[in-house]
Design a protein around this ligand. Structure first.
Ligand SMILES: Cc1ncc(COP(=O)(O)O)c(C=O)c1O
Length: 461
């Protein structure tokens, strides 16, 4: 007798096999359309390691990277003349579109006034006020990447609490931050197996707990040894995992009860709406980090702290002499160039009107994707946080990394990515995240839905 579970597993296996079989032809099509990029990939080695300026560029599910000629708004063109509607948007760096005119103008103004002098520029006061008004916390600093900002924020958390251990959620990604590059394996927190050059003599000073598991979280916080919980309010790097009803409120209550700071990393969830997830849902983090799109795609990040954390940080610094290397900051951080672009972004790009447009196009795509899934008899679902969404290959939302890993279908994801790319749509290489920018039109969204509908049809689902 076969059970419903057997049927579901057989259907998944069939889908997986079909996607794998179809991938070969799509790969050949990709190669045929890109002779120049192909030749560059085949050229003798030298210059860049493995031919690319950053090895992540080899992580796309394609045989070699396309080479971009221009990226403007929601369109990207490669040197072989292929034009794409971009729903990857630099994995959020270009969430507000490629080269928004306000940022281009800010860059031009900076070119007149100088880029970096390690002193505040004339934009500093306005940017400080805008950050307070937009995100709610009273004190801010600028860094250059979200990874940097997260590392600095952790340093602050340790300095003000006098505690060393950090809690993260299993499946998280917060950038090149060793404390967060850990996994929960058989109940133990271990260094992520893929991490290069980790000091394996030192056990991780962080503890990973499952997202949405309040009992596990409280058991760890109750030790009284946790400096901070570092979290995305909705997880976006292990598929997309939404917080269960009441989870974030309880997270705040528990962190306060045990003297632990709450660090929210909104680098991706800034897609939620004006002010990010924390502002939209009234959360009260002690520390807030935003990177990637905060300067419209120009390298910059920001971290903000509460008045209480600021006072305790000043005391901690005073206690060790008040000056010298703090381990926080880098030479190019807080530059005139960054401030000009952050200002332009906050004033002219990251606006309520743009978020309204992004939300409405994203909601229409979500509805279209749901209808396509139903039409093809796929019991998958769509998860969306404002302008960003993903297809999840399970009938119900997943609630933690273990469930997310169990539902993932890498070969199907690979095929969908490549097939959509060949039809003119670029999705994020990691779990096919779809992101909508102010430059993405309703027609772009409809075209994506139609292409996905067709591609799902090829799977014979
Ligand atoms: C939530 C989150 N935080 C931080 C980062 C790190 O950003 P960056 O690579 O720009 O430092 C990422 C990158 O994907 C991220 O997803």
């Amino acid at each position: 007798m076969t059970t419903r579970l057997d049927d579901a597993s057989a259907a998944r296996a069939a889908l997986d096999a079909r996607a794998h079989a179809l991938t070969e032809a799509e790969t050949a099509r990709y190669v045929r359309a890109r002779p120049q990029a192909h030749a560059a990939a085949e050229a003798p080695a030298g210059g860049f390691l493995n031919h690319v300026p950053l090895h992540w560029m080899l992580d796309w599910p394609v045989p070699f990277p396309m080479i971009v000629a221009t990226a403007k708004g929601a369109r990207l063109t490669d040197i072989d003349g292929n034009s794409l509607i971009d729903f990857c948007l630099g994995d959020t760096g270009a969430m507000f579109g490629h080269a928004p005119p306000a940022i281009v103008a800010a860059l031009a103004r900076s070119a007149e006034a100088g880029f970096c002098h390690m002193l505040p520029s004339g934009d500093a006061a306005a940017v400080g006020a805008l950050l307070v008004e937009r995100f709610g916390l009273p004190y801010w600093q600028v860094a250059t990447t979200a990874s940097d900002a997260n590392r600095f924020a952790l340093r602050v958390a340790r300095a003000v609490t006098g505690r060393d251990t950090v809690v993260v959620f299993d499946g998280c990604y917060h950038g090149a931050v060793d404390d967060a590059l850990v996994d929960l394996l058989d109940g133990r927190t271990v260094v992520r197996a893929s991490l290069l050059g980790a000091d394996r003599a030192v056990p991780p000073r962080s503890i990973a707990v499952p997202f949405n598991d309040l009992a596990a979280l409280e058991a760890v916080l109750a030790t009284g040894e946790i400096a901070c919980v570092m979290a995305e309010p909705a997880m976006t790097n292990c598929g997309m995992i939404l917080p269960a009803e009441g989870f974030l409120a309880a997270l705040r209550t528990l962190t306060r009860r045990y003297g632990t700071l709450l660090l929210l990393d909104e680098t991706h969830t800034i897609s939620t709406g004006l002010g990010g997830y924390a502002r939209v849902f009234g959360l009260e983090p002690d520390i807030l980090v935003i990177g990637k799109p905060i300067a419209g795609g120009v390298p910059a990040s920001i971290w903000g702290i509460s008045a209480d954390v600021a006072a305790r940080l000043a005391a901690a610094r005073q206690a060790i002499g008040g000056s010298g290397h703090s381990g926080i900051g880098t030479t190019l951080s807080g530059s005139a160039l960054q401030l000009a672009c952050i200002r332009a972004c906050l004033e002219e790009v990251m606006t309520a009107e743009n978020y309204r447009h992004m939300e409405s196009v994203a909601a229409a795509i979500e509805a279209g994707l749901r209808a396509a899934l139903t039409r093809h008899g796929l019991s998958w679902h769509v998860v969306r946080v404002g302008a960003r969404m993903e297809l999840v290959a399970s009938p119900q939302p997943v609630c933690n990394a273990v469930e997310s890993r169990a539902t993932a279908m890498p070969r199907v994801e690979h095929y969908l990515h490549l097939a959509l790319l060949n039809r003119g749509f670029l999705l994020t290489p990691f779990h096919n995240m779809i992101l909508v920018s102010p430059a993405t039109s309703a027609a772009d969204g409809e075209a994506l839905v139609a292409a996905l509908d067709e591609v799902l049809g090829t799977l014979g689902a």
